[in-house]
Design a protein around this ligand. Structure first.
Ligand code: GNR
Ligand code: NI
Length: 167
C-alpha cells in the first residue's frame, strides 16, 4: 500500500506525454499505487500515472458508489468517438476548480488490463467523460486546456490565490 503525492498545476510534469507499457509484470506496483492514491482522496474517481509524476500510459477509474469496482487501463486509445456533450469537471491536479468541458458523447476505448489482456469499453455515460479526462492526462493535457483563454486564465488566477492561502 503506497499513497503517492498527486502533483498539481503548474507542475510541468503534468505536461509530459506518457510512453506505452511493454512489460506488464514490471508495472504491477505502479498500478497498486495508482489505486491506493485514488482511494486515499475524498472522492476521486480516476487517476492517471502523470498525476503521480510517472510517465507510463496507465490510468485507473472507479465510478461505483461504493468505490469497490476498480478499472485499470493500460495503453488506452480512443478508437471511435461520436457526438458532443458537456459536463462540469474537476481534477485532483487542479483542486477546487470546476468548469464545463465539451467532450465526445460516446467513445470506444481499447486498452489492456493488468494481465496484458486487451479489452474494449464503449460508453456514452459518465464513464465516457472520465475516460476522456484520464486519456488527456496521459497526453499531457488537463481539462482547463479545453476552455477559452479568458476562462482558463480566470480559473488559474483563482487557483493561484487558493494555493497561496494554503501555504
Ligand atoms: O475525481 C474526479 N472527478 C471528475 C469529475 C468529472 C470529470 C472528471 C473527473 S476525474 C477526477 C479525478 C482526476 O483528476 N482524474 O484525473
Ligand atoms: Ni484529472
Amino acid at each position: 500500500m503506497a499513497v503517492r503525492t498527486i502533483i498539481e498545476i503548474p507542475d510541468e510534469r503534468l505536461r509530459i506525454k506518457c510512453k506505452p507499457v511493454t512489460d506488464f509484470a514490471a508495472v504491477q506496483t505502479l498500478i497498486d499505487d495508482l489505486l491506493d492514491t485514488m482511494y486515499s482522496t475524498d472522492s476521486g474517481i480516476g487517476l492517471a500515472a502523470t498525476q503521480i509524476a510517472e510517465t507510463l500510459s496507465i490510468m485507473v477509474i472507479d465510478i461505483s458508489d461504493d468505490r469497490n469496482q476498480p478499472m485499470v487501463f493500460i495503453n488506452p486509445e480512443i478508437i471511435e468517438s461520436e457526438g458532443e456533450t458537456s459536463y462540469q469537471e474537476g481534477c485532483l491536479s487542479i483542486p477546487e476548480i470546476y468548469a464545463d468541458v465539451d467532450r465526445f458523447l460516446r467513445v470506444k476505448v481499447k486498452a489492456f488490463d493488468r494481465n496484458g489482456e486487451q479489452f474494449i469499453v464503449d460508453s456514452d455515460e459518465f464513464l465516457s467523460i472520465v475516460m476522456q479526462h484520464e486519456i488527456d492526462h496521459l497526453h499531457g493535457k488537463v481539462f482547463i486546456d479545453h476552455l477559452s483563454t479568458l476562462k482558463r486564465n480566470m480559473l488559474l488566477k483563482k487557483l493561484k490565490k487558493q494555493q497561496r492561502l494554503k501555504q
